[in-house]
Design a protein around this ligand. Sequence first.
Ligand code: HEM
Ligand SMILES: [Cu+2]
Length: 563
Amino acid sequence: MANDTQFRTCPDTGLKIHLPAEKLIKTNAVVAVVFLLVGGLFGLSVALTRWPAVHFLPADWFYLALTAHGLDVLLVWIIFFEMAILYFASAILLGCRLAAPKLAWVGFWLMLVGAVMTNVVVLMGESSVMFTSYVPMQADPLFYLGIILFAVGALLCCCCFFGTLVIAKNEKTYEGSVPLVTFGAITAAIIAVFTIASGAIILIPTLMWSVGLVSYIDPLMYKVVWWAMGHSSQQINVSAHVAVWYLIAAVIFGAKPLSEKVSRTAFLLYILFLQLGSVHHLLVEPGLSSEYKIFNTSYAMYLAVLASMIHGLTVPGSIEAAQREKGFNKGLFEWLRKAPWGNPAFSGMFLSLVMFGFLGGITGVILGTEQINLIMHNTLYVPGHFHGTVVAGTTLAFMAVTYLLVPLIFRKEILFPKMAQWQPYVFAIGVTGLSVFMMGAGTLGVPRRHWDITFTDAAMSFDFPGAAYLMLGLNGVSAVVASLGGAMFIIVVVGSLLFGKTKGEAAPAPAAEAPPTTAAAQYGSAAHLEVPGTFALAMVFLVSFVLYYFVNWKYLAETWGLS
Ligand code: HEM
Ligand SMILES: [Cu+2]
């Protein structure tokens, strides 16, 4: 049985908090934010290099910075933060002790050593193989070893998460089924195990190849297996940030999902269909049949997209239902107008939801369609798309939930509330620009991962349309704005942790009703089910989706003149 001195009861939320779990959450979240800072600076330097008028870095540094950027933000920042979410969604939401905290610390240190090792070898040069590290490009063995250590560490953390679920069930720390947020975290952790296994299958032989023990790795086979990891890891991110959306809606509004069953089924669709969708990364590879590609991307992938659309509908739906119950019933949108737009946890979450759908989601379907993928493959459109998913979607959602974690877990008051209030908007504007202008440049044919599209010194010249240069300039400006938003986040968070006023442990005067937070820790659907406002928003989304989809078929049709 757990020792009761290892727990405290949160005076604001009534949640029972296991202290060793709390410490792990804090440490993982802080390390995550540090890597966001490092990775963000690399991102800024890359964007400034792609701005032709600035052309900030020399060629070798550009590819080095691009490699470090992809690793630090997509892998290190996001996964450290996800470990914090897993501990929160298990130990804290279930009011349970964390299984094997020592193992969780071993996991943490493996991840940290791996992340630092990979960063150091990348900075030493000779390992600028990009985040995807496609063979036959070869990095230093420590590059692969660092990633493998990081992954093993993450796997240990997932084990602690699953162990905690078992303890909670055995010790009956919760009633009925696990809450939806925990269910979302379980989805993320299951996909994580699949992801890490795929990573091991491809990276261990690649490590042996870089040491000289294996003589040859087939580039196509490498890509197929690498993307089983690369794409699935994005599904971890989506499951985790969707769980965060539900969490924030529950904490701020006391919102309950419109239907627990439907939301859970949508999470299940992620587990069943995400990996199949991985083939959208291989649409132009020779050697794979069209049947295989089309089945994966045009059938299986859409079931994963369906899941995201269900969440995109039920999260605002659950907020609308909660708001209408409180009496915000005027017209279609009073519930939304009267939402706490000055609370960065809410604004960040809602912006994340809208931008993930419009910027990341629609464009993902475009790229995942075999035929229209051809006009965008390997152009800047691709990074434009995924900055809509992993930055506007995941990163912004994680920033938003941090505004809840700082008072709840770190027991600190937010230090610069005005800056915090503006932060999600500044970051969102910058990221929207990044995403839209990279996609604009990509539509005009500008390649991704390219140091100099003016081809100075090249034997044969090629001229991109003038608008492409404009797009890259605007992209650079947007990168500065996004970096400003990122810096504001880091100043607020680090400032609050170091200098913020510590919140009192005394319980506030007993409230008349249970704090809304408890909705996050319970199973159950909303009572109010009419959500016309959300339905109207969904229609706007659908119309945009259909129009944009057909516009791209039109572009495709224009590539071959019929005469
Ligand atoms: C201030 C914020 C950011 C800026 C200015 C930025 C900018 C950029 C730019 C300009 C590229 C290069 C595109 C190319 O030339 O091919 C890029 C690539 C990339 N970015 Fe970001 N980014 C930011 C944040 C993030 C975040 C938070 C993530 C992940 C969560 C992310 C993930 C990636 C990845 C995975 C790549 C591709 C690397 C590769 O091609 O190997 N970025 N970013
Ligand atoms: Cu993918």
